[in-house]
Design a protein around this ligand. Structure first.
Ligand code: ZN
Length: 367
């Protein structure tokens, strides 16, 4: 299967990305700008880890009673989401530090604190999703068959008529699915989408195993020593559902909406396009002016900029967005940013409804 993936290639370069990169490099060339971005990233990482650690210590060691206990659980959930969006994501892209080793070490926070293997994440997210965004069969993020139809080339089924309703409970178990072994299943299959997933060896294997053990210890074993099993079960279910819903929604609003392009390997081979144009037209930004949301989501409401510059600290995305949008307009590349969270959610919902109507091509329905 990997041989197929290697054959699917985009046109290199292009005027749009050449001009965009030149301007972005000029902006990032300033030592002050780079330092400010790095300091913001590190401060945010410290806040995320502090909230998670403080809330967990309060929950497990102080046992503060019902109201403060629920607040502490909310803190654990918020801390986990912040680590996911603002620490492990940047680190596993290589945006946190200068060296690969340091980035991988911090990226291990995905294993230890989220219960998700950073080794498999780097193939699922960095390779399958970032290289082949919204390409059927290649981008694992848009493959939810046979539960949901997320792009027009996927076969229709009668139950997809209700997918705009049941997709939300489905999203709410996403993190649990990965924590419960979806990453191990991917390792056994040896691939994610059409990308090869080699078995981890050496330090990667050690990180994979110890990460699972450390996560199980703090998230399940220690709470079971302190609280009754049913309370741990309820707490874990709540934490994991909220983390899943926030994560899935954030990713889906960027790629699984009416304004995003979807394609297949056959279409790409028949009419090749440059990779940068493909990334911009398969991705949608939202709430670019909302600073609070931008902070909380680790810049993932600026996914166009993230896809073009995944190794740049996410604190720079708002400024890069001005550069990308101007050059997209100049070179005839379709650049879309939803003005509000509501508009983005409605677009996702309309997209799901249109694709759910059995046997009718979504483009005609939406026409
Ligand atoms: Zn990413």
């Amino acid at each position: 299967m990997s041989a197929t993936a290697e054959k699917l290639a985009f046109e290199p370069g292009g005027d749009f990305i050449r001009d965009t990169r030149r301007e972005a490099e000029l902006y990032l060339a300033s030592a002050g700008v780079r330092l400010r971005g790095r300091l913001q990233l590190y401060a945010k990482g410290a806040v995320a880890l502090g909230i998670l650690a403080g809330s967990w210590i309060s929950l497990v060691f102080i046992r503060p009673g019902l109201v403060l206990g629920l607040l502490s659980l909310a803190g654990v959930t918020a801390g986990t989401i912040l680590v996911g969006f603002c620490v492990q994501h940047d680190a596993n892209h290589g945006a946190y530090f200068r060296t690969r080793r340091a980035n991988h070490l911090l990226g291990w926070s995905a294993d230890v604190l989220l219960g998700i293997s950073s080794y498999t994440w780097r193939v699922k997210h960095n390779v399958a999703h970032h290289t082949y965004t919204n390409v059927d069969g290649y981008d694992d993020d848009i493959d939810q068959m046979p539960f949901a139809r997320l792009m027009p080339s996927q076969a229709p089924r009668p139950w997809y008529r209700l997918q705009h309703l049941y997709i939300w409970p489905l999203y709410s178990v996403m993190v649990l699915r990965w924590q419960a072994g979806a990453d191990i299943a991917a390792l056994i299959r040896g691939r994610i989408g059409e990308s090869t997933l080699h078995p981890p060896r050496g330090w990667d294997l050690a990180g994979f195993v110890t990460g699972k053990l450390v996560f199980l210890t703090w998230a399940v074993v220690v709470p079971l020593l302190v609280y009754p099993w049913w309370l741990v079960l309820c707490g874990y279910a709540g934490y994991s559902m909220v983390a899943s819903l926030v994560t899935a929604t954030t990713f889906q609003l960027a790629h699984c909406v009416e304004e995003a392009d979807f394609t297949t390997s056959a279409e790409l081979r028949a009419s090749p396009r440059t990779w940068a144009t493909h990334e911009v037209e398969t991705t949608v930004d939202f709430c670019q002016r909302n600073r609070v949301l931008t902070w909380l989501l680790g810049g993932l409401n600026f996914q166009i900029e993230h896809h073009l510059f995944p190794r740049v600290a996410h604190c720079h995305y708002p400024r890069l967005a001005e550069i990308v949008r101007r050059n997209a307009d100049l070179h005839g590349v379709r650049y879309t940013a939803q003005p509000s969270l509501r508009a983005a959610l409605r677009s996702h919902q309309r997209h799901l409804r249109a694709l759910g109507r059995t046997g009718v091509r979504a483009e005609i329905e939406m026409g």
